[in-house]
Write a protein that binds this ligand. Structure first.
Ligand code: PGA
Length: 258
């Protein structure tokens, strides 16, 4: 089985001001240093990306800078939107796509999400594609079907060669920001099904694509539950919201992933 490097993301969402963003980035960068045994990406709010990029460069770290969203068009009359080349220009190399808050609060469709995935990969960004079922879908026994569908739509048109730059984050909607975490066994079952679907449903039995794909778990990950989740064979780290806003908690979760 392929050895997958653990991957922990800190999704800061619409939180923190400039000062707190810079301080948190510095604390994380200094603690992680140039450690190559685990991959860490932080996703600050747009206005602070450039300031955080400067801190990461100044500290000298393997921590990467990610953006929470972008618009798929290269440039033009799209008031309020931000392009991939603008993000690249301020030091971003990773983008989140299809986060449940963008799907369910903002209303992004699978078509738009796929457009974004393909645009980001064409722009040579790394992509974290988020998928996950709602509580009603879980209770109706549709977890694997929903994840399979979101993965299929999200990755439509993506080549096996591009998959090296794709990470999937499985984030059950009912577990995000609620304090409810999937049990390690439930999360493992969902991750295993997603990996299986990527192999047999999307890439024609391509074992190398399936085995090298990293699948993060997200949804109320904390220092207290991280190790148990990350121990599961198909869980390759986490996408962390609330607990990524405190350096100590986030660093403890990174430690659990090592
Ligand atoms: P949470 O958020 O850790 O606060 O549940 C996770 C996410 O939305 O990525």
């Amino acid at each position: 089985m392929a050895q997958r490097k653990a991957y922990v993301g800190g999704n800061w969402k619409m939180n923190l001001d400039r000062r707190a963003s810079v301080a948190l980035a510095r604390a994380v960068a200094e603690a992680v240093g140039r450690d190559a045994s685990v991959q860490v990406t932080i996703f600050p709010a747009f206005p602070y990306l450039a300031a955080v990029a400067e801190v990461l460069a100044e500290v000298g770290t393997s921590v990467r800078l990610g953006a929470q969203d972008f618009f798929a068009q290269p440039d033009g009359a799209f008031t309020g939107e931000v392009s991939l080349s603008q993000l690249r220009d301020v030091g971003v190399s990773v983008v989140l796509v299809g986060h449940s808050e963008r799907r369910h609060v903002i209303g992004e469709s699978d078509v738009l999400i796929n457009e974004k995935v393909r645009a980001a990969l064409e722009a040579e960004m790394d992509v974290v594609l988020c998928v996950g079922e709602t509580l009603a879908q879980r209770e109706a026994g549709q977890t694997d079907a929903i994840n399979g569908a979101q993965v299929s739509y999200g990755l439509a048109g993506v080549t096996a060669g591009q998959m090296g730059r794709v990470t999937i984050a499985y984030e059950p909607v009912w577990a995000i920001g609620t304090g409810k975490t999937a049990t390690p066994a439930d999360a493992q079952a969902a991750h295993r099904a997603i990996r299986g679907w990527v192999r047999s449903g999307l890439f024609d039995g391509d074992e190398a694509v399936a085995q090298s794909l990293r699948i993060q778990y997200g949804g109320s990950v904390k220092p207290a539950n991280a190790a148990e989740l990350f121990k599961q064979p198909d869980i390759d780290g986490g996408l962390i919201g609330g607990a990524s806003l405190k350096a100590d908690d986030f660093l403890a979760i990174i430690e659990a992933a090592r």
